[in-house]
Ligand binder design. Structure first.
Ligand code: SF4
Length: 244
């Protein structure tokens, strides 16, 4: 769904959401001990491959697929030239390897053709919005992946990815409407964060919301009574009201 269809929030509603987003961040940072260490130190092209493999896949499984690919083909050039069927076998721990293998090769070939090399280090010198727009022209690359490449790679840029855990928690908290899907939520949630925040703070925001979704605000059976956000959360408050 397009965010353009949503009514524009009033100025005070907008301010209230920003204050609430900040309160949520501070409480979760206290609970999960910010700053959170970066889990990757990959170059941006490797981070792009890792992000593509991780789509709808558990981290342990996409990590195994990435390692298998790197062990068999130590360069991205070699991945480009490999038999697609073999790439598919190597990344089989992921969901939809039959789709991801040809897409991965198509993306690598497009980058090589446009840039003359297989590297994305040039993104370091672009403004974040421009770098994200460049990445999102690639097939299958949306706002989550573009933000992940810029934030999680060694570029360490200010960009907020939103995964399914993060998205579920902010919906239940009322930071975004329930009918806003993951893609359009990126721009709304980034706008709620203080503009002066650095890359670590924005990364922490994503990480703590993701961790909270994994550990407390589960897809099924959120543990509202022990949640540090309960008094801020309309979903949690409703769920604890006595049934008449
Ligand atoms: S109160 Fe419940 S629904 Fe709300 S964020 Fe916490 S665990 Fe999730």
């Amino acid at each position: 769904m397009s965010t353009r269809l949503l009514p524009a929030p009033s100025v005070s509603a907008d301010q209230n959401l920003k204050q609430k987003a900040l309160q949520v961040h501070e409480r979760l940072c206290a609970a999960y001990d910010c700053p959170i260490g970066y889990f990757h130190d990959l170059d941006p092209l490797s981070e792009l491959v890792s992000s593509l493999l991780s789509h709808r896949t558990k981290n342990a499984d996409s990590g195994r697929a990435f390692r298998q690919l790197r062990e068999r083909y130590p360069t991205w050039e070699a991945v480009c030239e490999a038999e697609t069927a073999e790439i598919q076998t190597l990344i089989a721990p992921c969901t939809w390897p039959e789709q991801k293998a040809p897409r991965l090769q198509a993306i690598l070939r497009q980058i090589r053709s446009e840039r003359g090399e297989l590297a994305l280090d040039f993104l370091e010198h672009l403004p974040v919005a421009e770098a994200r727009a460049w990445l999102e022209r690639l097939p299958g690359v949306g706002p989550k992946t573009s933000a992940a490449v810029l934030s999680f790679s060694r570029l360490r840029k200010v960009a907020l990815p939103v995964d399914s855990h993060h998205h579920r928690v902010v919906q239940r908290l009322g930071l975004i409407p329930m009918n806003v899907s993951v893609g359009p939520s990126h721009v709304l949630l980034a706008a709620q964060l203080p503009p002066e925040w650095d890359a670590q703070q924005v990364y922490d925001n994503h990480e703590v919301l993701m961790l909270h979704g994994q550990r407390v605000c589960h897809f099924r059976g959120p543990e509202c009574p022990r949640c540090v956000l309960l008094d801020l959360c309309p979903t949690g408050s409703r769920s604890l009201q006595p049934v008449p």
